[in-house]
Design a protein around this ligand. Structure first.
Ligand code: SAM
Ligand code: DTB
Ligand code: SF4
Length: 330
């Protein structure tokens, strides 16, 4: 009879590490799947014994026309995807969406701006009001709007912003195959500014853009050697969008998402691992494996920024089927 070697595994806070090597991470990513899942589950159970899942809603406040050349993105000026149907939201429009999200059960509201960087002036003043309004509704507020200055970061902190999303997207080595208009170092500096202002950081990446296992390990190494670890780590599967240079790529094997989530959970035991873009495409069973492997948040709502997401009802069914506890407005 075949038997599986299990690893005895004890976890306490003193074992949270910030010195992971590339080789160690690659070994984790490439473990036999059953062993990888077992290890990830043990870590997950210690930190999230009830398998609670946070529901985060996403709204594109300002869509399209972005000056960066991110080759996966429908919103880049360099790409020909059609996002002309979207209109920008004003403060009242955003707060209406936030109230709806709260009523539907979300407890975090993420607002996106297709900007290379935040500029001062009316749109930034409105962003600050949106953050204040979202907080008043009783939701965590998250913003993603590109690079920012120290002063802008501290004004966002003063407005009550909980988190700023700025993804590293891929490894430092593969990065220039995907984006050329800003550097990896720019991204790291933006994250440092966010941290200095006392805002939590949400940063992760995308798999399925033609990168190697080494690249995935290298991205995870950058994240897992940050001290403290990012509070939130979104793991996206590329959604190939028509009009982008990556439009013809095949969807990544769903089990690769499971491996990425499980590895992120093992490396960053206390971070929120967000199962992000690509959920619709990887299907119900792979999503449940991701939840087992350590994902403790999903984007909840019928759309992401410009692409679709599983419907609210489909997600209610999924979470009920999985038997996980929803973090209903705690
Ligand atoms: N302009 C801001 C920025 O880049 O930080 C905010 C918005 S941007 C759309 C947020 C993240 O969504 C990107 O960094 C990327 O990781 C992810 N993303 C964008 N398009 C995607 C796609 N087609 N498939 C998967 N993830 C995608
Ligand atoms: C993240 O990592 N994924 C979300 C959120 N952070 C902002 C966005 C996914 C966008 C997917 C493509 C789109 O809808 O345009
Ligand atoms: Fe602009 Fe962000 Fe899209 Fe890149 S990912 S093109 S920075 S909106």
């Amino acid at each position: 009879m075949a038997s599986l070697k299990t690893e005895s595994f004890v976890l306490n806070d003193s074992l949270i590490r910030y010195d992971w090597s590339l080789i160690e991470i690659k070994q984790i990513l490439q473990k036999p799947l059953i062993q990888l899942l077992w290890q990830a589950q043990q870590v997950h159970r210690v930190h999230n014994p009830n398998y609670k899942v946070q529901l985060a809603s996403l709204l594109s406040v300002k869509t399209g026309g972005c000056e960066e050349d991110c080759s996966y993105c429908s919103q880049s000026m360099f790409n020909s995807s059609d996002v002309s149907d979207y209109t920008d939201f004003d403060i009242n429009g955003v707060l209406k969406k936030a109230r709806e999200a709260k009523e539907a059960g979300a407890d975090r509201f993420c607002m996106g701006w297709a900007w290379r960087e935040i500029r001062d002036g009316k749109p930034f003043d409105s962003m600050l009001e949106m953050v204040k309004g979202v907080k008043k509704i009783g939701l965590e507020a998250c913003v993603t709007g590109g690079m920012l200055t120290d002063v802008q970061a501290s004004r966002l902190a003063d407005a009550g912003l909980n988190a700023y999303n700025h993804n590293l997207d891929t490894s430092p080595e593969y990065y220039d195959k995907i984006i050329t208009t800003r550097t990896y170092q720019d991204r790291l500096e933006t994250l440092e500014r966010v941290r200095r202002a006392g805002i939590t950081i949400c940063t992760g990446g995308i798999i399925g853009m033609g990168e190697s296992v080494d690249d995935r390990a290298s991205l995870l190494r950058v994240l897992a050697t940050m001290n403290p670890h990012p509070e939130s780590v979104p793991i996206n599967a590329l959604v190939p969008v028509e009009g982008t240079p990556l439009q013809d790529l095949q969807m990544v094997d769903p089990l690769e998402m499971v491996r990425m989530v499980a590895s992120a959970r093992i490396l960053m035991p206390k971070s929120r691992i967000r199962l992000s873009a690509g959920r619709e495409q990887i299907g119900k069973e792979a999503q449940i494996l991701c939840l087992l492997a350590g994902a403790d948040s999903i984007f909840y709502g019928d759309s992401l920024l410009t692409t679709s997401n599983p419907s609210v009802q489909a997600d209610k069914d999924l979470l009920t089927a999985a038997g996980v506890t929803i973090n209903w407005n705690e």
